[in-house]
Write a protein that binds this ligand. Structure first.
Ligand SMILES: [Zn+2]
Length: 358
């Protein structure tokens, strides 16, 4: 007689044993029939039903390209959003998109942003239908990116709460509602993008990480936080030039993140001036190591990718290392992005072979 054991739901990432599973930080270029390529905040070229269909088709294409390139943990390539923060905020009440103010984003560049005019809430889910579509298209583990609470407040003018911490806490609660629904439709990893963690160190430690933990409360899927030096746009590359020869920003948030409930930390490494030994500060966490530079069109060789991963392996156990891109690739051309995805896979394969020969 056979004994049947009821299997609890095991997230696919835990169920499968791929060594060094590859993924991307998030966005990928959009097809030119959907939006103007090689730009951020690029307006849609379609409208109404055609736009909805177009976004979904782009999601399918983006998934196909990731799978063909051999990416193990796939995403929607953020094909349904204009911008990684504002598209989420557009779906919330309490924010007036007509009433705009100019603020400095991450203390770096001016942008005209919407105003918080009342209590913020999420009347209905934002990305759940898109996530369902992605889930239907693939058996691979899927990762879904959401903006982090601190990065959200930094993209708005607050004329209601008059407290960055209070507003971030409200967003954390809203993000938690969204994350629970994403988990329920089969998302394996939910990632919060927090580039602001590299800028507002005191706030990160005072309440930023606490807000992030509020956002992941009760989740059983894996959770990640992505902290980078931004897209390869001019304001960011100019800022990077002011940071000197050693970028030690991660040193500020890592000790507290190491003790947090977040499972995975996603970082910028290749071509950055981040000293690799800082990874020692998050020993024990899974680390998505950026082995692809998103601020240049030159495509990494597999050997360059392998070198970054070998360097990271000095500080991250092999079973916890997830090769990744430094940031999203939305502003790159599709050709370059495809080349970089293939390089990520090929470079990872080199290191896998080395590890299995040991
Ligand atoms: Zn990033």
């Amino acid at each position: 007689m056979k004994t049947h054991i009821l299997k609890a739901h095991v997230p696919k990432t835990l169920g499968q044993k791929i060594l060094l599973p590859t993924s991307t930080a998030g966005s990928l270029p959009k097809p030119s029939w959907l939006a103007q390529p090689e730009a951020l905040w690029s307006p849609w070229k379609l409208q109404g039903e055609e736009l909805i269909d177009g976004k979904h088709d782009a999601l399918r294409v983006s998934l196909q390209e990731q799978q063909q390139a051999g990416i193990d943990i796939v995403s929607d390539g953020e094909q349904t959003r204009q911008h990684f923060v504002t598209t989420f905020i557009e779906h919330l009440t309490g924010v007036d998109f007509e009433n705009r103010k100019t603020v400095k984003i991450r203390d770096r560049y001016d942008a005209s942003v919407p105003t918080v005019i009342g209590a913020v809430s999420r009347p209905k889910s934002v990305f759940v239908e898109d996530a369902k579509l992605l889930r239907q298209q693939t058996n691979k583990p899927i990762k879904w990116a959401l903006p982090g609470p601190m990065t959200m407040i930094d993209t708005l003018y607050d004329d209601h709460y008059h407290s960055r911490e209070k507003l971030a806490w409200e967003f954390a609660k809203i993000l938690n509602q969204e994350a629970r629904e994403l988990e329920a439709v089969g998302v394996d990893i939910i990632q919060f993008d927090e580039p602001a963690f590299n800028v507002f160190f005191e706030e990160v430690n005072d309440w930023g990480i606490a807000c992030l933990e509020r956002a992941i409360e009760g989740l059983k899927c894996e959770t990640a936080v992505h902290i980078c030096y931004g897209y390869g746009i001019k304001a960011n590359t100019d800022w990077k030039k002011t940071l000197g020869s050693e970028w030690r920003q991660y040193e500020e948030a890592f000790p507290k993140l190491q003790k947090s409930n977040i499972d995975i930390i996603s970082l910028e490494c290749h071509n950055s001036h981040v000293p690799m030994e800082l990874l020692e500060l998050i020993r024990g966490k899974k680390v998505m190591v950026g082995a692809i530079d998103v601020a240049t069109d030159s495509i990494e060789t597999p050997e360059e990718v392998a070198n970054t991963l070998r360097e990271a392996l000095k500080y991250v156990d092999a079973d916890k290392l997830y090769p990744c891109t430094n940031c999203g690739m939305a502003p790159l051309s599709r050709d370059v992005a495809r080349g970089k995805l293939r390089a990520l896979s090929a470079g990872t394969e080199i290191v896998r072979r080395e590890l299995s020969a040991m």
